[in-house]
Design a protein around this ligand. Structure first.
Ligand code: GLN
Length: 206
């Protein structure tokens, strides 16, 4: 009998419990990850929402940045939500902000402006079926540039808000805050379908 995949949720800051509960609803086990050794127990990693400059500092302090990059380059699927998408991106627009460089995109932080700091949007995501997804945006980033290997799965106001490059997924919004499990299931499909193998692109931790 196939064992359930175990997904890690980076637990340095942000909506960790919500992701763990949502993963369980989607049919997987999920555990918090605070130390590099805990990465050995998981076959996929979620980096949740929060504050990206703080989390980059904490990743450095907890010596987690390099192990995450190494696992990702070895093929472990990673999903960044909101802040997490900023953390996995190659570049943060207009800011000299370090990031893990795992997703060939430029993100703009807080891109939807103050008036839209928090918004519920019925988002069309064809990869998830015809029913719109109830997307919650909270001081959300958008994708300003995406490389040729990046698939834009959803857009809001003409900007990418859900993207995938092989086994790295990014969403500007927070699927862990709604009952609809489709994005968590989508990530689980990536985890289930991935046999870890090098992705063949060497990047450095900035
Ligand atoms: N605005 C935050 C940042 O730039 C992200 C917000 C979120 O994750 N909800 O880091």
């Amino acid at each position: 009998m196939a064992t359930k995949p175990v997904v890690g949720v980076l637990a340095l800051q942000g909506d960790v419990d919500e992701h763990i509960a949502a993963m369980q609803r989607a049919g997987a086990q999920a555990i918090p990850v605070k130390r590099a050794q805990e990465l050995d127990c998981v076959s996929g990693l979620i980096i949740p929402g929060g504050e990206s400059t703080t989390v980059m500092k904490l990743l450095d302090r907890f010596a987690l940045d390099r192990p995450i990059v190494e696992r990702a380059l070895a093929g472990m699927p990673i999903w960044g939500t909101c802040m997490g998408m900023i953390v996995v991106a190659d570049e943060v627009a207009g800011l000299n902000q370090p990031s893990l460089g795992l997703l060939d995109v430029t993100v703009r932080r807080n891109a939807f402006g103050r008036q839209n700091e928090s918004a519920h949007v019925d988002l069309s995501i064809p990869a998830l079926g015809s029913a719109p997804f109830p997307a919650v945006f909270i001081r959300a980033p958008w994708i300003e540039r995406s490389g040729p290997g990046v698939e834009v799965l959803a857009q809001r106001d003409g900007h990418g808000v859900m993207v995938r490059q092989d086994r790295v997924l990014g969403t500007s919004f927070h699927p862990e805050l709604v009952a609809d499990p489709r994005v968590h299931k989508y990530f689980l499909d990536i985890v289930a379908g991935s046999q870890e193998r090098p992705v063949g692109k060497q990047r450095n931790v900035a």
